[in-house]
Design a binder for this molecule. Structure first.
Ligand code: ADP
Ligand code: MG
Length: 318
């Protein structure tokens, strides 16, 4: 199978009539009049972001999911995506499963694949996806938009992806039932991208906490020049973790990466609306703290508040 057969067989699907997809030198996208385009690129590298033996269907899903997560965190509705794929060899079964996982989510998200690039990379698989979404001008959920007095909210649960990863890396003893319960969070995340778009005119700042809650919330605090206090008891721990040692749970919940959930801030007056929107979209939301004047991130428990740990969270170069 040559490069062009591969593209035709695995990555050519019909697109919306007003757009132009795979097969030309450029794709063509017609934005809705008056809307702003939001774009994001993410790269997944074999051995860094995924294990070589990961189920290719789940990898296809996750490759797009992590990009949809960024669109949701900005308040944008998905419009289209582009896929750059670099492979050591052509493995038809792998490609069939990868593209099935990818297109299943792309169709659900109404985010057609308009083009890409395909190359060979002897050292391993590299997947880079570009997404574009749309939103009304001035509605983007910027990291710099948190305001004093805002509530801090979180979607979904915390900690499962980290506990799965620890077991798969062997840094924690593997327990088959625990691993089975935690693995989907790591390998097949379902980011709340539709809910994120619905928050565009409700929330102030938002971020997806793919590098861990503490680290990513700090990005909002430094961009917005404010402080925050998190209520440790309010943090939504993934149910599967409840038998584990409290220190381990706290580490996984505060610093564990690969969490494709949204952390966002909003005025307290929006609480009811946020809960109704969450219900409508089938998303769990929890109020986990608040924004204050000053700087720094504080953790509060029954006994008082203390500064959050400095490190924690994922950094490719640390
Ligand atoms: P070029 O020579 O301009 O780089 P290519 O021969 O790489 O073009 O690609 C031919 C067509 O196939 C283009 O429309 C491109 O967008 C599309 N394409 C290439 N690889 C992929 C892929 N992995 N997924 C989707 N479309 C792809
Ligand atoms: Mg090319």
């Amino acid at each position: 199978m040559n490069e062009f057969d591969l593209i035709k067989r695995f990555f050519s699907r019909p697109t919306h009539a007003h757009d132009l997809g795979v097969g030309d030198d450029c794709s063509l996208l017609t934005p809705t009049a008056g809307m702003q385009l939001a774009t994001s690129v993410d790269m997944l590298v074999e051995g860094q972001h995924f294990f070589s033996d990961v189920d290719p269907y789940l990898l296809g899903h996750k490759s797009l999911a992590v990009n949809l997560s960024d669109l949701g965190a900005m308040g944008a509705v998905p419009r289209a995506c582009w896929l750059a794929l670099s492979l050591p060899r052509v493995d038809a079964d792998w490609l069939a499963a990868f593209s099935a996982g990818f297109f299943h989510l792309a169709e659900q998200a109404n985010c057609p694949l308009l083009g890409g690039d395909t190359t060979r990379s002897p050292q391993g698989i590299v997947i880079s996806i570009t997404v574009m979404g749309q939103l009304a001008p001035a509605q983007a959920l910027r990291r710099s938009a948190a305001q004093e007095g805002d509530d801090i909210w979180l979607t979904g649960h915390l900690g499962a992806a980290d506990i799965a990863l620890r077991q798969m890396l062997g840094t924690m003893t593997s327990q088959p039932e625990l691993l089975a319960a935690c693995r989907p969070a790591l390998e097949q995340p379902w980011p709340p991208y539709r809910f994120g778009a619905a928050l565009a005119d409700v929330a102030h700042a938002a971020i997806d906490i793919s590098d861990g809650l503490v680290q990513d919330l700090r990005h909002i605090l430094s961009a917005s020049q404010c402080a925050a206090t998190l209520d440790l008891q309010a943090l939504p721990v993934a149910p599967a973790l409840l038998g584990l040692a409290p220190e381990l749970i706290q580490q996984a919940v505060l610093s564990g990466g690969d969490v494709f959930e949204l952390c966002f801030t909003a005025a307290p007056s929006q609480a009811k609306r946020i809960e109704l929107l969450a219900q409508k979209h089938g998303v769990k939301v929890t109020r986990i703290g608040g924004i204050q004047a000053g700087h720094g991130l504080y953790l509060r428990d029954g006994t008082g508040a203390r500064a959050a740990p400095e490190q924690g969270g994922f950094d490719h170069f640390s």
